[in-house]
Ligand binder design. Structure first.
Ligand SMILES: Cc1cc2nc3c(=O)[nH]c(=O)nc-3n(C[C@H](O)[C@H](O)[C@H](O)COP(=O)(O)OP(=O)(O)OC[C@H]3O[C@@H](n4cnc5c(N)ncnc54)[C@H](O)[C@@H]3O)c2cc1C
Length: 530
């Protein structure tokens, strides 16, 4: 429940989404029920099955999911997890509310967040082509989950995916080889036939996909639906489902487009610029997804430690275990604050240039940092449960398998760090905005002041920006995380962060907070009381 998570609850109010708390409590209550928790296990144990052909040898290209997958998506869509930002005016808290809803959802089951993420984020890209948006947006924003396989116009609601990655490269989308040939007279939203492959296309049962392909005028963006306007199944042939490390409930596919019908979205030759808003939205969701995995893992660790006795007392009373748990809790709270700050920037960006610049620069910083911290936090949390954390009866192995995905998807670490460098070079206003924000937090603690000065200096005058990109991202993450904690965290959490992360008085692994940190107080609010 949101109200059981004080960090989340306060951030919601701060970011203008306090109005969502009651609904979120209802949703959180439902998500954490035994029934929905079991759906998470069922959907990951009974993984999707691809049916390439029917019994007569005709192409079927359908994926069969366990009923629990549909139940999870039904719950998400009916609560507007895919639509909230677009149901509210900018600045009214739609984005932060959604970040919090999806944070709760992903704590229970992360895979179903993938189609939700792409479906929320597609809207700005669709709007680049108003006729296409007029046709799809009402269906896209419907709160009805309709998993039937039929033309979108006959459905009560749709979901969308994206196809950028090809065999020869995902980061370097300009190397895409899929071709698009015009089949009508041109004009806005021109009809094309697309031929080529897509190597990693998730949620293949979506109703339409935003796809990059080469038109005569260069790499362009297309909306490719599962059905053509005349009701035929579109020629999107699913070759295989990926056998992934984690993210098992969600299907990710390899696809051949064989003259698949699609409409151009945005200007010809401006495909990357058109799809980039969608990518920005899914990057926010990578932050949220990783923060959720961390929150669930650390909550499990604290819960276990509160109930498990060893050598005469509960684990949570052992000083060394408290050092580990407090260290993990600090990391998790930083992730939640970053997620909500970036969510707030998304919300206010259309109204406020400062927020637009913060969105631009803090998204790569937070994606880089939070998604990378995730695996280490989850791994250490597993150890808190001992052998019980290593078996599939607990949720922990699933969290661990899921933990690297957000670091890879939508820009792997290097690519995200380079995106920060791009923002520094091309949008000087973004660095100015971050400087303004960070400097407003200065003056209360010399450790924070130093971290901020050092991060800004590195960003202002990097010796070799590309080579140093990860160092720059790390420096800004520590400074931004510190600034958020100094303002909004409990004093003991802030002190733990400042002493260990800013003054660097710690070891290389978790559980190495220096003496004098109020570890009991840091962990205390997360100890279950029932
Ligand atoms: C679970 C999952 C779901 C996915 N779903 C989708 C989907 O629905 N649609 C879709 O289009 N894609 C999807 N992807 C693909 C994903 O977006 C790509 O895997 C990702 O963008 C990286 O591309 P790549 O795998 O080709 O790696 P590459 O681009 O080959 O990168 C390999 C490594 O090189 C690094 N690198 C790249 N360029 C540079 C550089 N200039 N300098 C230094 N290092 C560099 C990268 O950071 C990375 O570490 C999904 C991936 C996963 C794991």
């Amino acid at each position: 429940m949101a109200s059981a998570d004080p960090v989340l609850k306060e951030a919601l109010a701060r970011e203008g989404a306090g109005w969502s708390l009651e609904q979120m409590d209802e949703y959180g209550h439902r998500m954490s029920s035994a029934e929905v928790y079991a759906w998470g296990f069922q959907a990951n144990r009974n993984t999707p099955v691809l049916h390439t052909h029917d019994g007569y040898g005709h192409r079927a290209d359908q994926v069969e999911f366990h009923p629990s997958w549909h139940s999870l998506l039904d719950l998400a869509v009916s609560h507007g997890l895919h639509s909230l930002p677009w149901e509210h005016e900018p600045g009214d808290g739609g984005y932060p509310a959604r970040a919090a809803f999806t944070f709760l959802a992903s704590q229970i089951e992360a895979g179903h967040f993938c189609p939700i993420s792409m479906s929320t984020s597609v809207i700005p890209t669709l709007r680049r082509q108003p006729e296409v948006a007029a046709e799809w947006e009402p269906l896209q924003l419907s709160r009805v989950y309709d998993s039937s396989f039929q033309q979108a116009s006959k459905k009560a609601g749709v979901l969308m995916g994206m196809g950028m990655t090809e065999k020869q490269g995902g980061s370097d989308v300009r190397s895409n080889t899929t071709r698009a040939t015009r089949v009508d007279g041109g004009g806005p939203g021109a009809e094309h036939l697309l031929t080529g492959h897509k190597w990693f296309m998730s949620a293949p049962m979506s109703d339409a996909f935003v796809v990059l392909a080469n038109a005569p005028g260069g790499l362009s963006c297309f909306l490719v639906p599962r059905f053509t306007p005349d009701g035929e199944v579109n020629r999107i042939h699913i070759q295989r489902l990926k056998d992934k490390l984690g993210n098992k409930s969600n299907a990710s596919s390899e696809v051949e487009l064989d003259e698949a019908w699609g409409r151009m979205v945005g200007e010809e030759g401006r495909g990357v610029a058109t799809i980039i808003e969608m990518v920005a939205g899914t990057r926010l969701d990578c932050i949220t997804g990783s923060a959720a995995l961390m929150r669930q893992a650390v909550s499990q660790a604290i819960h276990h430690s509160a109930h498990r006795h060893a050598f005469g007392s509960p684990l949570v009373e052992k000083p060394l275990m408290l050092n580990v748990l407090a260290d993990l809790e600090i990391e998790t709270e930083v992730a939640v604050l970053m997620m909500m700050r970036v969510g707030g920037a998304f919300d206010r960006a259309p109204l406020d240039e400062h927020e637009a610049m913060i969105k631009r620069i803090l998204t790569p910083v937070a994606k880089y940092w939070v998604t990378k911290r995730c695996s280490e936090v989850v791994r250490e949390a597993i150890e808190c449960l001992g052998g019980n954390g290593y078996v599939e009866d607990s949720i922990m192995p699933r969290l661990y398998r899921e933990s690297p995905v957000n670091g890879i998807w939508e820009g792997s670490g290097n690519v995200i760090a380079l995106d920060l460098v791009r923002a520094m070079a091309r949008e000087p206003g973004a660095v100015d905005a971050l400087q303004k924000e960070l400097e407003a937090a200065k003056g209360s603690d010399h450790r924070l002041d130093r971290a901020i000065d050092s991060a800004l200096e590195s960003v202002r005058s990097p010796a070799e920006a590309e080579y140093e990109a990860r160092r720059l991202a790390e420096g800004l993450a520590l400074a931004a995380g510190g600034a958020l904690l100094a303002r909004h965290a409990r004093p003991e959490v802030w002190e733990g962060f400042a002493a260990s992360r800013l003054a660097a008085d710690r070891g290389a692994l978790y559980g190495t907070l220096p003496p004098g940190i109020a570890v009991g107080a840091i962990v205390e609010p997360a100890i279950p009381r029932h």
